[in-house]
Design a protein around this ligand. Sequence first.
Ligand code: ADP
Ligand code: MG
Length: 251
Amino acid sequence: MRSIVHGGSCGDSCCLRIEKLGVRIGAEEILHDISLHVHCGQLVAIIGPNGAGKSTLLKAILGQQEHSGSIRFSTPGERDRKMRIGYVPQSPAFDPGDPISVEDLFVCCLYKRPAFLGASKAMRERILECLDRVHAKDLLRKRVGTLSGGELQRVLLALALEPVPNLLILDEPLSGVDVEGISTLMDMLDELRRDYDLSIMMTTHDFSALRRYADQVVLVERQILRLGTPEEVLSSPEFYSAFHMKGDGTT
Ligand code: ADP
Ligand code: MG
């Protein structure tokens, strides 16, 4: 829902490199010794039980959470070019009775202009281009509070993609989305990262989509318990133990 620009470099290729990241809130150690490397165009899924520190890790990357260790970004060819991050936070709530339309939301977020002033012709054209990226032009006039979970995620994604970022961070984009909506959304993310060569980091509790779409899965519970391909992580003893499952997937 918002774009953030970070500087810094970590080599010649486009990447996000996290080294020995730690987060303490008061006396509690929330994250410990997190080291992670995300390359251009990769989809990385952060998984872990509730309270594991997934959202905190994303906030640290966004510069919203104090931390120790380092987080460095670089883009190809230009070591010190800025990396732009698009962010969709966890479950933003909209009231079904709220009169705000999708167009109004874009007017407020992109133009910092009160929704009651409406969109000019030029603004509407730009908003439609944004919605077209997520195949959602038909949602322009819909009230935000009446959108399905999948439609709302697509609208928020369209906002996070303007301007197109190098890294897209999505916190639990699949929660509240039905099975059909999950496939639509994941196919779209897959298409977007290929079209724009952007990296995606997302947290999720929906493991069914990971084998097909994720390049890397990071199992977190205060620290990294396991990191690897979806196959490696989802069949690991650490995964079963973190979710209190037996080897056959039952609890
Ligand atoms: P997850 O997203 O994996 O469910 P979070 O990152 O939201 O987990 O939270 C990790 C832990 O940090 C939880 O125990 C949570 O209570 C704690 N925590 C997160 N933010 C704060 C905060 N601002 N103040 C105190 N504790 C926090
Ligand atoms: Mg969370």
